[in-house]
Design a protein around this ligand. Structure first.
Ligand SMILES: NC(=O)C1=CN([C@@H]2O[C@H](COP(=O)(O)OP(=O)(O)OC[C@H]3O[C@@H](n4cnc5c(N)ncnc54)[C@H](O)[C@@H]3O)[C@@H](O)[C@H]2O)[C@@H](O)CC1
Ligand SMILES: Nc1ncnc2c1ncn2[C@@H]1O[C@H](COP(=O)(O)OP(=O)(O)O)[C@@H](O)[C@H]1O
Ligand SMILES: [K+]
Length: 466
């Protein structure tokens, strides 16, 4: 017990020191007010105040409430011998910089009006761990009447050990400012004990097959797509995304609409045979169903694909087809809804998007990739990846079709569904970042091959391979 509490005291000391360091590095000496809450977040604040004062900065502390006697935060408060002022708007407005150490990970309800008004009165804000009205687990803003209130934003948030979902997910992401993650020497066993079930997407976390000298088109993977007659553009974009990200062979099953696709890219194989005949080819294991399809076209294809035991990625039209009867999608490996499609399938996600995606994945027993500025990739076993490796350049019609094609290629390369989806989101995002200003959706394809090579190199580097 004793060594545990010594451990937390040392961690608080390092956390407060890291906050002071980050402030000293980014700001010229100025009048600082540290707003301290009653818990350990406030404790970090007292430590930061002590280090800034020691460095000669003019520092004041305003306590919302004193820490409970006997706590480590109370000990930290007692070691700050500088000036205390009243926790009010005037004190906050007088300071050049306000350090917000009111609430952190312990925030469990919307802060009072008093807290919000004092925070809003500051000229510049820095958060200890998180802004004191951010739910670190979900990225939601715990603010009463948030619609009518101006929510204060921050220049910087200094967090510890690892960034929290609240630093990554919107809406909190847009107010956290620069996120600094300080290593406070948390013992390895504690970090392992608090093992995450949510990660930030990076190639270190999954492995895409590299090109091998003895590859042939079937070893690189076959992607099959269902092509419709009404909106062939969407299916063609998906097919192009699949080809550009390295599939060995991409085929469209187009039935009577085959002619529309034959006029397109010459490297795309177009089939007009009935689906049951195409399914006799066991090499055609991975199917993308949905982009550009009407509900009738989905109805004619998707149930057959599932009956034949194929790996199916369902997107766009296939999600609309299942609107109202989500169970129709049972058996697919991956679905890629945007928020509107997700809401129709599973109901409004509320303020915990990642939690809602995880519940949906568990319910339907498939990977759910919830698309957005930060996409959430949830596996049925509870793993969640947050992908912020993306760019608003992707917010252009058809970019979701490209993404579906890329994920299909990752599946066809043999990756498990969740890893394939994480890899697809990363490659798609990388292509968006490389595609320059205001790219048309077709421009993404040019960058997908290099994105794949980069992901492979980053994975190798992260795992110490040359
Ligand atoms: N976990 C660790 O190992 C470390 C944690 N540290 C700090 O500890 C913080 C978490 O500390 P605590 O768990 O003490 O929690 P907080 O300091 O965030 O909150 C303290 C208490 O305030 C109350 N509270 C929450 N929301 C409120 C509201 N809206 N209005 C009024 N009261 C409210 C709750 O009862 C909560 O337990 C982290 O954010 C971080 O800053 C650091 O000291 C470094 C090490
Ligand atoms: N602001 C943004 N920042 C990063 N990525 C975005 C942003 N807006 C959209 N995207 C990405 O662009 C893609 C859009 O897909 P989708 O909504 O299906 O569009 P469409 O149906 O037109 O293809 C998704 O992968 C989404 O994550
Ligand atoms: K805080």
């Amino acid at each position: 017990m004793a060594s545990h509490s010594i451990g937390i005291e040392a961690l608080m000391e390092r956390a407060g020191w890291a906050v002071a360091q980050a402030v000293k590095t980014r700001f010229a000496p100025c009048r600082v007010l540290v707003l301290c809450g009653p818990g350990n977040n406030g404790g970090d604040g007292y430590v930061a105040a002590r280090y800034l004062e020691r460095a000669g900065w003019p520092v004041q502390v305003a306590a919302l409430a004193a820490p409970r006697a006997g706590t480590i935060a109370a000990k930290a408060a007692a070691r700050f011998h500088g000036r205390h002022v009243v926790f009010d708007q005037e004190s906050a407005a007088r300071a050049d910089l306000v350090i917000d150490a009111v609430f952190g990970a312990g925030l469990d309800r919307a802060p009072s009006d008093e807290v919000m008004t004092v925070l809003a009165s500051a000229k510049k804000r820095v958060a200890v761990d998180l802004p004191s009205f951010v739910n670190g687990r979900t990225g939601a803003l715990l603010v009463e009447d948030s619609a009518s209130r101006d929510v204060p934003d921050y220049l910087m948030s200094v967090t510890f050990v690892r960034p929290k979902p609240g630093h990554v997910l919107y809406p909190a992401r847009s107010i956290c400012g620069e996120v600094i993650c300080a290593d406070i020497g948390m013992p390895e066993d504690c970090v392992a004990h608090a093992a995450p079930d949510m990660w930030l997407n990076h190639p270190a976390l999954w492995a895409i097959p590299a090109m091998s000298p003895d590859d042939h088109k079937y070893s690189r993977g076959v992607v099959s797509l269902c092509g419709g007659a009404v909106m062939p553009g969407a299916t063609r974009l998906a097919a192009a995304g699949a080809r550009a990200s390295g599939a060995g062979l991409v085929r469209i099953s187009a039935g009577k609409a085959a002619q529309a696709y034959r006029l397109g890219a010459p490297g795309l194989v177009v089939d007009d045979a009935p689906l049951p005949a195409l399914l006799e080819d066991e090499r055609r294991e991975v199917w993308l169903c949905g982009p550009g399809l009407t509900p009738e076209e989905v109805e004619a294809a998707l149930p057959s694909l599932l009956r034949a035991g194929r790996i199916v990625l369902a997107d766009a039209g296939a999600l609309g087809w299942a609107d109202g009867v989500t169970e129709k999608l049972r058996g697919v490996s991956v679905i890629t809804p945007h928020i509107g499609e997700f809401t129709k399938l599973f109901g409004a996600p509320g303020s915990d998007l990642a939690g809602a995606a995880r519940a949906a994945a568990e319910k339907l027993d498939c990977v759910v990739l919830l698309k957005g500025a930060v996409s959430i990739i949830a596996a049925p076993d509870g793993r969640v990846m947050l992908n912020d490796h993306a760019s608003p350049a992707l917010a252009t019609a058809g970019s979701g079709d490209t993404l579906a094609g890329v994920i299909a290629t990752m599946l066809a390369a043999g990756m498990p569904a969740w890893e394939a989806s994480c890899a697809g989101a990363w490659l798609h995002g990388e292509a968006g970042m490389k595609a320059g200003n205001w790219p048309v959706v077709e421009a993404l394809d040019t960058h997908l091959g290099d994105a794949r090579a980069l992901a492979i190199a980053l994975h190798a580097a992260a795992h110490g391979q040359v």
